[in-house]
Design a protein around this ligand. Structure first.
Ligand code: 5GP
Ligand code: MN
Length: 339
C-alpha cells in the first residue's frame, strides 16, 4: 500500500516542511529508536522536525543520539500544541490508534496535518493519509529502514540513524530471538553495524545499566511468580507497596514478564503491576507459538498488541484482576495445550 504512494511521499518531502513525529505513550526502545531514526533522516533534508513523546521514558533510553531534542507532551504541552498546530506532516510511529498516545489523542485527532502511520501493531485505525502497516515486521525501526530504502536513500543512513534503528530492532526482537526476527532483519542489522551502529555499546546502555534497587525488585517479582502447569501459564504480580519499597523508576519492570515465559513448558506469561496514580493495573502478556495474547487482551483486558506480546489494563484491584485472569484461563485450556 505504501509502495503505491512512495512517489507522492517523496514529492511531499522534497521541500522543507514542519514535521512532528509521535510515538505511543510510555515509549520503549522501538518507539524512541524509530522516532529519532526518522528525525535524523528528515534533518538531512532540512526539514523542521520535532519528536514529541506523550510522556517520559526510562533512563536506559537517555543516551540515544538526538534524545535531548525530544519534547514531552505532558511536561511541555503549550510548545507541543504549537508544534502540532504548525505541522504540515505528522508521522505517527509504533502505534495503531490515537488513544495509545494518552493525552495527545484529541490534539492529534483535530490536527489537519498530513498523517503518515508507520507501525507493526494489529488493526491500525483509519486516520492516516499514508499508512505503512505490517504486522509481520519485527519492529517499527525495521520498517523505518524499509521506508528509507523505498525512498532509495539508504546511502543517507549515518551512524546516528543506524544506532537509533539498531536500538529498536534489538529491543523489540528480545535481542534477535523472537520469531519475528527474519533473515532480512539480520541483513538490516548487519547493514546498520556497517553504517556505524556500535552494537555492543547499544546492548550495554540498555541492558547493563541496572540499579541495585531494580535487581532487588526483580528478586521480589520472581518470589511472587506463580505457575499453573496444567494451563502452561505463569504470572507475576507487583503491588504499589513493593514498587515503592524498591524505589521504582520508570522502566524498572520492563522485561520482567519474560522470566515467567522462560520457564520450561510455559507458553503464556503475564505480569500485573499496580499503578495507584493512574488507578489501574497495567498488564503485560507474552506467549510462545500460536496462542494470541493480542486476542486475549482485546477480549478481556482492554488492550492489544501483537500475537506474542501485548498489553492491557484493568480498573479493578490487583487481587480482583488476578482473580478475573484465573477465572478466564480455563476457557483457553485447549488453546494453551496445543502441540
Ligand atoms: P508491553 O507489555 O511491553 O507494554 O506491550 C507489549 C506490546 O503490546 C507492545 O508492542 C505494545 O506497544 C503493545 N501494547 C501494549 N498495550 C497496548 C494496548 O493497550 N493496545 C495495543 N493495541 N497495544 C498495546
Ligand atoms: Mn514496536
Amino acid at each position: 500500500m505504501i509502495k503505491d504512494n512512495i512517489s507522492a511521499i517523496k514529492q511531499l518531502l522534497s521541500t522543507p516542511k514542519n514535521i512532528v513525529i509521535v510515538p505511543h505513550k510510555n515509549p520503549d526502545g522501538d518507539a524512541i529508536g524509530s522516532t529519532l531514526g526518522l528525525y535524523h533522516y528528515l534533518k538531512k533534508y532540512s526539514h523542521n522536525a520535532q519528536v514529541i513523546t506523550p510522556n517520559d521514558y526510562p533512563d536506559f533510553l537517555k543516551w540515544v543520539p538526538g534524545e535531548d531534542t525530544i519534547i514531552k507532551y505532558d511536561a511541555t504541552t503549550e510548545d507541543s500544541n504549537k508544534a502540532i498546530d504548525n505541522a504540515d506532516i505528522i508521522f505517527t510511529l509504533d502505534f495503531n490508534a490515537f488513544h495509545r498516545t494518552g493525552q495527545m489523542e484529541s490534539v492529534l485527532e483535530n490536527s489537519k496535518a498530513i498523517k503518515i502511520l508507520i507501525d507493526h501493531h494489529q488493526e491500525p485505525d483509519d486516520y492516516a493519509t499514508y499508512c505503512y502497516s505490517d504486522v509481520s515486521m519485527s519492529s517499527t525501526c525495521e520498517m523505518i529502514y524499509h521506508f528509507i530504502d523505498m525512498l532509495e536513500d539508504t546511502d543517507k543512513i549515518d551512524a546516528h540513524i543506524a544506532t537509533c534503528l539498531y536500538l529498536g530492532i534489538m529491543t523489540d526482537t528480545g535481542s534477535f530471538r523472537f520469531s519475528s526476527t527474519t533473515s532480512t532483519t539480520h541483513r538490516i542489522v548487519a547493514n546498520l553495524i556497517d553504517k556505524g551502529a556500535k552494537n555492543a555499546d547499544v546492548h550495554n546502555n540498555v541492558y547493563d545499566t541496572n540499579s541495585y534497587n531494580r535487581l532487588q525488585l526483580l528478586g521480589c517479582a520472581l518470589t511472587n511468580l506463580k505457575v499453573l502447569p496444567e494451563l502452561r501459564t505463569a504470572y507475576i504480580t507487583l503491588s504499589q507497596n513493593e514498587l515503592r519499597k524498591f524505589d521504582y523508576k520508570k522502566g524498572d519492570t520492563e522485561g520482567i514478564v519474560n522470566y515467567a515465559l522462560s520457564l520450561d513448558n510455559i507458553i503464556f506469561a503475564a505480569i500485573f503491576i499496580e499503578d495507584k496514580q493512574e488507578g489501574i493495573i497495567k498488564i503485560s502478556l507474552r506467549s510462545k507459538g500460536a496462542f494470541s495474547v493480542n486476542e486475549f487482551s482485546r477480549a478481556h483486558f482492554n488492550g492489544g498488541g501483537h500475537n506474542n506480546a501485548a498489553g492491557g489494563r484493568s480498573e479493578t484491584s490487583l487481587n480482583t484482576t488476578v482473580e478475573k485472569f484465573l477465572s478466564i484461563l480455563p476457557q483457553y485450556k485447549d488453546a494453551l495445550n496445543y502441540e
